[in-house]
Design a protein around this ligand. Structure first.
Ligand code: PLP
Length: 456
């Protein structure tokens, strides 16, 4: 077979891709008919495809390329680390400098007493670790019956069997089932589910479902609650202001563990290092991945409180770990990524560019006939598409069709925005500049116009 390179005709690359590459979250037959869009280069917030089109990436890849594409420092660190020590494990009482340095840095950045890091290769793996950790915690405390984890409908915590079970997405559960001991309560999505309540009333109501669930199951059965500070894959659901304080009150009252899944909200996305700081959440465990390395290397982990760590440590060996836990190249790259975020003031940049610059332009999209609600925290936003803004109605056509069409128009207009049902969402690289925000908004508006024209 000839060498496969960027210089091959797009159609040939697409045919080989469809023939041999099985894609995640993709209808393989649909892909074979249409052909994948093949991305060849990235710089800052811009991608180039195999036909030479320049695309503005409103999603930072999969919410992960926080520092933007093409930073040579990360490539240099990776090459240096590969030459020095390409791999060694962290099992059985061995360690290495990149894992030590990254764990120490994360303990410094994370709030409160979150001082211990268990590394994984991804966010899904880290959430699998969390299931084991919280159940082990109660086992060591001599309460092995406390093993149920309460999560939320339409939450997303990854797609391994553990992560997919914590997530509350029925299509994922339908493909292969769900592990035991995980139950779901409602999500704080006021736009879709709040009815006649005010957002604040609805936020309280949804948080109190946690208390009801704990009482229904018995507190002696409940190990932990897990939630994303802002649901990302569920459609950038920004909870009403009453939601997290009430969740925190309930978790404190019943003494169950709180896991904040910061895979998207971590590392600057919401204008603080962690979404927990933005929403005043005090978790016992934080799940991290994505922005930890800005996607330059696959790495995730759990940042664990002194309390949870000490109890689990008291129990002796934890029978759990991954070959690539704390991989030296991934850890070195992540550390360099954190250095860049810190030294370049990228989190201040998020605050400055998000409010008011992006927020004003984002909110202004509600003057479009299709857009009912626009929400944004930091550089994470969503717009809800509706045929009737006053009643927050859904489209009569199959759910998500209009969002899908709008996403297709964005794609054709060289803007990557994702749709979740009839919500359109953005989470651009954190380094996006005001003039790039203007381009993003102009292309989004054009795409909305084209989508609207197509509905009539
Ligand atoms: N948790 C959250 C909140 C996520 O958004 C994701 C991925 O989108 C995950 C976990 C899973 O991470 P990964 O895809 O790295 O396994």
């Amino acid at each position: 077979m000839n060498m496969i390179t960027n210089h091959m005709p797009t159609e040939e690359l697409q045919a080989l891709d469809a023939a041999h590459h099985m894609h995640p979250f993709t209808d393989a037959n649909g892909l074979a008919k249409k052909g994948a869009r093949i991305i060849t280069q990235g710089k800052g917030v811009w991608l180039t495809d195999s036909r030479g089109e320049k695309i503005i990436d409103g999603m930072a890849g999969l919410w992960c390329v926080n520092i933007g594409y093409g930073r040579p420092e990360l490539a240099e660190v990776a090459a240096r680390q590969m030459n020095e020590l390409a791999y060694y494990n962290t099992f059985f009482q061995t360690s290495h400098v990149p894992a030590i340095a990254l764990a120490a840095k994360l303990a410094e950045l994370a709030p409160g007493d979150l001082n211990h890091v268990f590394f994984a290769g991804s966010g899904s793996e880290a959430n699998d670790t969390n299931i084991r950790l919280v159940r082990r915690y109660w086992q060591v405390k001599d309460m092995p019956e406390k093993r149920v984890i309460i999560a939320r409908t339409n939450g997303y915590h990854g797609s391994t069997m553990g992560g997919g079970s914590l997530g509350g997405m029925s299509p994922i559960h339908a493909h292969g089932g769900k592990i035991d001991g995980i139950v779901h309560i409602g999500q704080p999505d006021w736009w879709s589910e709040g009815g006649d309540m005010t957002p604040e009333e609805f936020g309280l109501m949804r948080a109190r479902e946690l208390e009801e669930k704990i009482l229904e199951l018995g507190v002696d059965k409940v190990a932990a609650f897990i939630g994303e500070p802002i649901q990302g894959a569920g459609g950038v659901i920004i909870p009403p202001s009453t939601y997290w304080p009430e969740i925190q009150r309930i978790v404190d009252k019943y003494g169950i563990l709180l896991i904040a899944d910061e895979v998207i909200t971590g590392f600057g996305r919401t204008g603080n290092w962690f979404g927990s700081q933005t929403f005043g959440i005090r978790p016992h465990i934080m799940t991290i991945a994505k922005g930890l390395s800005s996607g330059y290397q696959p790495i995730g982990g759990s940042i664990i409180s002194d309390e949870v760590f000490n109890v689990v440590a008291e129990g002796g060996e934890l029978y759990h770990g991954y070959t690539y836990s704390g991989h030296p190249v991934a850890a070195a790259v992540a550390l360099e990524n954190l250095r860049i975020i810190e030294e370049e003031g990228i989190i201040d940049h998020v605050r400055n560019v998000a409010h008011p610059y992006l927020k004003e332009r984002w909110d202004a999209l509600t003057d479009h006939p299709l857009v009912g609600e626009a929400k944004l925290v930091g550089l994470m936003g969503s717009i809800a598409l509706t045929p009737n803004k006053a009643t927050r109605a859904k489209f009569a056509s199959e759910a998500g069709t209009v969002g899908f069409r709008c996403r297709e128009r964005c794609f054709a207009n060289n803007l990557i925005m994702r749709h979740v049902g009839d919500r359109m969402i953005i989470a651009p690289p954190l380094v996006i500049k005001p003039e790039e925000i203007d381009i993003l908004i102009t292309r989004a508006r054009k795409s909305l116009d084209e989508c609207y024209a197509g509905l009539k």
